[in-house]
Each structure stands twice: as C-alpha cells, then as structure tokens.
Design a protein around this ligand. Structure first.
Ligand code: 0O2
Length: 202
C-alpha cells in the first residue's frame, strides 16, 4: 500500500525546506557571535511501513488521511544539541518563527518518560504551496521536531534498538539498567552545562 499517495513529493520538499530553515537559524546565531544551535540535525520522511504500523498502533485509519492528518509526524526532524541550554535557545527561536505554528509540545526533559526517555517534542503546522489531504492549496502539513542533547540521543538510539529485540532474557532487568543509565546521562548533561557556564564566566 502507498500510504502517502500523491503527497510524497510535498512531504519530501517540506522536509528539505524545514531543514534549510533550521540550518539558517543556527547560522544566524553564529553570525551574531553566539554558539551554533546544535551539533547535528537529521530528518526523514517516515518510512511507509513504519507509518502503517504507527496508524494501527494508535488506532488511526490506515489511510493517507490517517498518516497525514492524525499522525502528524510523517515529516520528522531531530535537532541534537551539545548542551541543555542550546535546546531551550533553539526552542525559543522555533517558537518565534512566523513560518509555522506550534500545535503540540511535549517536554520529556522536565517530565522524563517512566523508561528514562528524554527529549523535547514540538509539532508544527506549516502552510505550504502544495495541495493537502483536505484538498486545500496552499495546503497545511504537519512536522515533528525532536530536540535532545547528544547524551539523550545516544540513550534513545540504544533503547530503540533494544525494543526490536523481543527474545531477550530478563527484559525487566534490562529496563532497570537502561533507566539507571538515562539518569546518569541526565546528571552528566547538567554537569556539562555547569562546566560551560564556568568557562563562559572566565
Ligand atoms: P519512530 O520510529 O522513532 O518514528 P501522541 O502524541 O502520544 O499521540 P506519539 O507520536 O507516540 O503520539 O508521541 P510521542 O510520545 O511524542 O513520541 C513520538 C516519537 O518520539 C516516537 O516516534 C519516537 O521517535 C520518540 N519516542 C517516544 N518515546 C520514546 C521512547 O521511549 N524511546 C525512544 N527511543 N523513542 C521514543 P515513533 O513513531 O514511535 O517511532
């Protein structure tokens, strides 16, 4: 099944445009003499099969409408920052940008998920020149931005990989160890932030 149907090119183009806009925000910071906003930026249009599985998991219709209107993360960007305060600097600039509206926010940094997952998520609504799934042109599309530190990102990648290993022994212990690891990494992020502040004071 082709879940994105005729909207695939618009999704690809939206991803490219958003990546350029985020890069430009960071470049403007550097030009103004401030540190770059992030260490790296990645993006993807969610693979068709993952989108089909996600629609099923969330109880959304497994249709183009379900994928583009209900799911809202067909287009996803991940901004991986060096320090926690860069996440909030980045967020401030994203929120102030008139190119999109924020329709949903989830602060899993202040409120980590029970398994230890930390990240800040925002869903953007973007008006594009393309026709959307409701037949409007200019059309409304959604994209998710995840903002994390390098430490949070390393943990999430490892945990994501573990999720797909279903036949592990002692999954409960692995979960406990992963959570402990997330807490240690969170403490390191705070320590690194303190070191940055101390360096900047000199
Ligand atoms: P993938 O394969 O990474 O794309 P909701 O807002 O609750 O209706 P959603 O999208 O489940 O819907 O919300 P949430 O909690 O903001 O999660 C969205 C994405 O965050 C996930 O996308 C993951 O990328 C990431 N994420 C959330 N929780 C975890 C977690 O516990 N571990 C890891 N590693 N990543 C997490 P997908 O589509 O589930 O997966």
């Amino acid at each position: 099944m082709d879940i994105y149907g005729p909207f695939q090119p618009a999704l690809n183009q939206l991803l490219t445009n958003l990546q350029s806009q985020i890069k430009a925000l960071s470049q403007a910071e550097v030009t103004a003499g401030r540190p770059k906003l992030y260490e790296h930026l990645i993006g993807r249009v969610k693979a068709q099969q993952s989108m089909i599985e996600k629609c099923r998991r969330k109880g959304y219709p497994v249709t183009t409408e379900g994928a583009l209107r209900d799911c809202k993360d067909a287009v996803g960007l991940r901004i991986v920052c060096n320090f926690i305060d860069d996440i909030y600097r980045c967020l401030k600039l994203i929120k102030a940008n008139p190119a999109w509206q924020i329709v949903k926010e989830k602060d899993y940094i202040t409120n980590a998920k029970p398994n230890g997952y930390r990240s800040y998520h925002v869903i953007l609504a973007v008006t594009t020149p393309f026709k959307d799934v409701d037949g409007n042109q200019p059309g409304k599309y959604y994209a998710e931005i995840q903002l994390r530190t390098i430490a949070m990102d390393s943990w999430a990648s490892l945990e994501h990989e573990m999720k797909y290993k279903h036949n592990v022994q002692d999954a409960e212990r692995i979960g406990r160890e992963l959570k402990k690891c997330a807490e240690q990494l969170a403490a390191c992020d705070i320590q690194m932030q303190t070191i940055r502040q101390l360096i900047n004071q000199n």
